[in-house]
Design a protein around this ligand. Structure first.
Ligand code: PRP
Ligand code: HPA
Ligand code: MG
Length: 185
């Protein structure tokens, strides 16, 4: 199939499709080990985590369960508003469950900090975090990340679930968008 994107839209590819695939193999092996004999509930954070959730979950035994939460702090811009809102809550009751939050990116850390507090108050047996990307130079709140993919530079990135104004989520890689594509939002 022909690529459906134009490489001219990006200044740089930060993480390639192959690097993502290999990293998810590694992370999944650790998760399988760590949760052997336990029932695991993956909690994906909509919408950015859809790709990493789908690809990580398929590397785990089929008894793993998936649930979804939608929270938003970015709206359509490139900066966190600092205010986290629940747009869709979980269906599952977390009491006694082993929960692994699956995220695409830790930027300021505000979303995950809030989410960890929220989910930990629901009586889960354990709550851990798997995140594909982290921006160490942007983090305002430190997040305990059990499974981390890549530390990346403090630039606005798109692809593999990450959007700019809902676009570019479908790219198979993570890239820096050219500033002229989004202006100075
Ligand atoms: O560490 P932070 O600064 O809080 O940023 C990380 C969060 O921001 C993005 O979500 P967004 O609110 O853009 O919603 P989306 O997943 O639907 O794009 C991303 O998917 C993370 O959930
Ligand atoms: O760099 C980013 N790109 C897209 N969405 C995001 N949400 C937090 N950080 C980012
Ligand atoms: Mg977003």
């Amino acid at each position: 199939m022909e690529p459906q994107y134009d490489m001219d839209d990006f200044t740089k590819v930060i993480v390639t499709e192959n690097e993502i695939r290999r990293k998810l193999d590694e992370i999944a092996a650790k998760v399988r080990d760590d949760y052997e004999g336990k029932e695991l509930l993956l909690v994906g954070v909509l919408k950015g985590a859809v790709m990493v959730m789908a690809d990580l979950a398929r590397r785990l035994p089929p008894r793993v369960q998936m649930d979804w939460m939608a929270v938003s702090s970015y709206g359509s811009g490139t900066k966190s508003s600092g205010v986290v809102r629940i747009l869709k809550d979980l269906d599952a009751d977390l009491t006694g469950r082993h929960v692994l939050i699956v995220e695409d990116i830790i930027d300021s850390g505000i979303t995950l900090h809030w989410l960890l507090g929220n989910l930990r108050s629901r009586g889960a047996a354990s709550v851990e975090v798997a995140a594909l990307l982290r921006k160490p130079d942007a983090v305002q709140v430190d997040i305990p990340v059990q499974y981390l993919g890549f530390d990346i530079p403090n630039e606005f990135v798109v692809g593999y679930g990450l959007d700019y104004a809902e676009h570019y989520r479908t790219l198979p890689f993570v890239a820096i968008l050219k500033p002229e594509v989004y202006g100075d939002n």
